[in-house]
Design a protein around this ligand. Structure first.
Ligand code: PMV
Length: 310
């Protein structure tokens, strides 16, 4: 049996603009994870068992354009595995689907690692990242690559599309409270909608994306100098621009407002938006974290996760 684990992730700053070549900051979230196990099957075929999405079937029986089946076919073809081995693949994940926490990318990373090990070609992080990016294209169409990168290396990343990975190190640890709206939203659609806005008025949108990129660079400096208050303000500024991009929603706004009322230093959506998760920056005290958590739950969050960066 070969198995692999991959964490979830949050984007701290810069989602969407990152697709247009601006930088973004993301960190792994180890409180949630995907796990893949691969072992030989006595029956012919690739037997998938993914209880979280209620999928139990042989690969050929799964709808051709099912994202998991399509990304598995991509993986086999990238690895030059033909014919497919007779195997069982069990996929389990505690990462909510379509919520901005990187569920698809985490499954891709864990699948690539486990399958490479199974076929006797254990892959380096760089190889896993490349394979997972090819699989991400199946889920997202035109992904920037940020999700597979932060999840593969499981480190905080300062991401620029097409550039080698750069990490960053906080001077002081800071705590992020993550609130789930419970609303599933399609990253592919959100990215496509923004692209059509951009196509109609490139000059305006390019200027907005450039401003987001500046916020990201300021945020990185704030993190590296331990300026937590400044970081909160930058989160609010990034949220204003995401709202302008039409990526917020009533549910997200409700949770963001609740977190700010509870004393968060800043709050914004995280990931593609229109649903999924928001993040709030807590004051460095347990009381602040629990006040934000309580307010998020009373404002209708489905689930709250706390994670410390640094
Ligand atoms: O997969 P999500 O929901 O975390 O969104 C990814 C972030 C985007 O910037 C919206 C898209 C991308 O490919 O970078």
């Amino acid at each position: 049996m070969n198995s692999a684990l991959a964490p979830g992730k949050i984007i701290l700053f810069g989602e969407h603009a990152v697709v247009y070549g601006r930088p973004a900051l993301a960190v792994p979230v180890t409180q949630v994870r995907a796990e893949v196990e691969v072992w030989p099957s006595e029956y012919r075929g690739v037997w998938i068992d993914a209880p979280d999405i209620r999928l139990k079937a042989e690969l050929k029986e799964v709808e051709f354009d099912h994202p998991l089946a399509a990304s598995l076919r991509t993986l086999f073809s990238e690895l030059g595995v033909d014919p497919c081995p007779n195997i069982n693949i069990r996929i389990r994940s505690t990462i909510p689907v379509a919520s901005g926490l990187g569920s698809g990318a985490a499954v891709s990373v864990a699948l690539a690692r486990a399958l490479c090990a199974y076929i006797g070609q254990p892959a380096s992080d760089d190889q896993v990242n490349r394979l997972a990016f090819e699989m991400e294209k199946v889920y997202h169409g035109t992904p920037s690559g940020i999700d597979n990168t932060v999840i593969t290396y499981a480190k905080p990343v300062y991401f620029l599309r097409g550039q080698p990975i750069k990490t960053f190190k906080p001077r002081k640890p800071f705590t992020i409270v993550i609130g789930d709206t419970g609303v599933a939203a399609s990253t592919r659609e959100a990215v496509a909608d923004l692209r059509s806005l951009w196509e109609k008025d490139r000059r305006t949108w390019d200027a907005i994306f450039t401003r987001v990129g500046q916020i990201v660079d300021e945020a990185r400096r704030a993190i590296e100098y331990g300026k937590i208050r400044a970081l909160g303000e930058l989160m609010d500024q990034n949220q204003d621009l995401l709202q302008h991009m039409t990526m917020s929603s009533l549910e997200l706004e409700r949770l963001i407002e609740a977190a700010r009322d509870a004393g968060a230093l800043g709050a914004k959506l995280s990931g593609a938006g229109r649903g999924g998760n928001m993040i709030a920056l807590a004051e460095p005290s347990a009381a602040s974290v629990s006040a934000i958590r309580d307010c998020l739950m009373s404002a209708g969050a489905r689930r709250v996760i706390t994670t410390t960066v640094g």
